[in-house]
Ligand binder design. Structure first.
Ligand SMILES: C[S@@+](CC[C@H](N)C(=O)[O-])C[C@H]1O[C@@H](n2cnc3c(N)ncnc32)[C@H](O)[C@@H]1O
Length: 405
């Protein structure tokens, strides 16, 4: 597909980051590796798998893992890829963090080795991503001006079809300390199909519905991840769940297989769990994967709890519906008579502001404890209101038992 392609050099995986005894692409009940591609894949380090939810995480160099997957699935494997690659920003510059001037140092992986090397690296991983995409699959790639032009050019060289360039606008960007530039307040997200012939998926109606019935534009105003997304720790370049979730909702269906070759703290995985998509993630650094494990565990527990709550509500609904019309029975009174005598010792009404197309895939924008929905709305910051699509009222009452019946 690439004309006059040069030999691409890319960083080799470090031996200590690969467990040679562990891991193959474990889908569809793969047993002992028999083919040569499976043997190549058998040297990869599969760090986490959950076949029930369709999750496979590799602690490895994405170039190596993608080569193994491409060898095993020459027709392509993934419906969608979300890639948040190194932006090559960590070269001694300064930025403002929590009101203080700090050096930009996100890690070794983020250091630039010159634009030529950076472009070769971008070409190397984008070429592999193209091979592992299904014929109609699409890829989303984030970046700032430090990297996004190289990504776009590499896509054109490789024969991808660029579908959109989204401007992700951050409402509260850090100020520009040098006062010699405009305040950087956007990142670009390129959306591209595998080739010019791809019949890509675009869930147009869902996006229009999410946007209050109007066609969605290419400027997406969304806050950077707040504290709620960092309770288990944070990655230095963590993306908001809402941003990744929108890309997934726009271009995939439930049960589709999504890949993130630069997993970081696992944001794409969390979005996939919420949206019921299967997922393969690859991350070079063990400590970033540890954060992903913790976030994934918490998310899976929350998913189970959510499903329990739905089951309970359904069973109560059926109980009320049992009586024939006009002959309903006062079950509440009957339950009251049988219950213990209690004092209500705690009462709280919490309002949870959500951003979502469908409630089962919501991400929390803001929470507050208030007496009424009117007050909760009046007290919410303007930026949060703009992102909100649904509000959940959660009432908590704690009863102390005075005496048993
Ligand atoms: C920009 S961050 C991704 C952040 C992620 N989107 C999140 O929300 O947490 C890029 C990640 O890619 C990892 N990385 C860099 N080079 C890699 C490579 N060749 N293979 C796999 N992972 C790599 C880095 O360790 C880093 O965690």
């Amino acid at each position: 597909m690439v004309k006059n392609k040069r030999i691409v050099r890319y960083p080799e995986p470090k031996p200590e980051q690969i467990n040679p005894l562990d891991g193959i692409v474990l889908e569809e009940g793969a047993g002992a590796p028999s083919s040569s591609s499976a043997r190549a894949a058998s040297s990869l380090h599969l760090a986490y798998e959950n076949t029930a939810y369709g999750i496979w995480l590799y602690n490895d160099n994405c170039l190596t893992v993608l080569d193994a997957i491409a060898a095993r699935y020459p027709e392509g494997r993934f419906d969608m890829i979300f890639a948040d690659p190194p932006y090559f920003l960590s070269n001694g510059g300064i930025t403002c963090h929590a009101g203080k001037m700090v050096k930009v140092d996100k890690g070794e992986w983020d250091k630039s080795r010159g634009w030529e090397w950076n472009h070769e690296f971008n070409t190397a991983w984008l070429e592999r991503c193209q091979r592992v995409l299904k014929p109609n699959g699409t890829i989303w790639v984030t970046g700032t001006h430090h990297v996004i032009f190289s990504v776009g050019f590499a896509m054109q060289q490789l024969g991808y079809k660029i579908l959109n360039d989204i401007a992700w606008e951050k409402p509260n960007p850090p100020p520009n300390l040098s006062c010699r530039y405009f305040t950087h307040s956007t990142e670009t997200v390129l959306w591209a199909a595998k080739t010019g012939k791809s019949k890509h998926v675009f869930n147009y109606r869902l996006m229009r519905e999410t946007n209050g019935g109007k066609q969605m534009k290419t400027v997406w105003r969304m806050a950077a991840p707040g504290n709620a997304e960092k309770v288990h720790g944070k990655h230095p370049t963590q993306k908001p769940i809402a941003l990744v979730a929108r890309c997934i909702l726009a271009s995939t269906g439930e049960g589709d297989l999504v890949l993130d070759p630069f997993l970081g703290g696992g944001t794409t995985l969390i979005a996939c769990i919420r949206l019921n998509r299967r997922f393969v993630g690859i991350e070079l650094e063990r400590h970033h994967l540890s954060l992903t494990f913790t976030r994934a565990d918490a998310e899976l527990v929350a998913t189970v709890l959510r499903s329990l709550r739905v089951t309970m509500e359904i069973s109560i609904f059926f109980q009320n519906d049992l009586d024939p019309p006009g002959r309903s029975m006062d079950r509440i009174g009957w339950m009251k008579d049988d219950g213990p005598k209690t004092d209500c010792i705690f009462h709280e009404t919490k309002f949870v502001f959500l951003s979502c197309a469908v409630v089962s895939s919501a991400s929390v924008v803001h929470t507050t404890v208030d007496v009424s929905i009117t007050e909760a709305w009046a007290n919410a910051p303007e930026g949060k209101k703009r992102e909100t699509t649904h509000i959940v009222r959660c009432k908590t009452e704690i009863f102390k038992i005075k005496e048993h019946q």
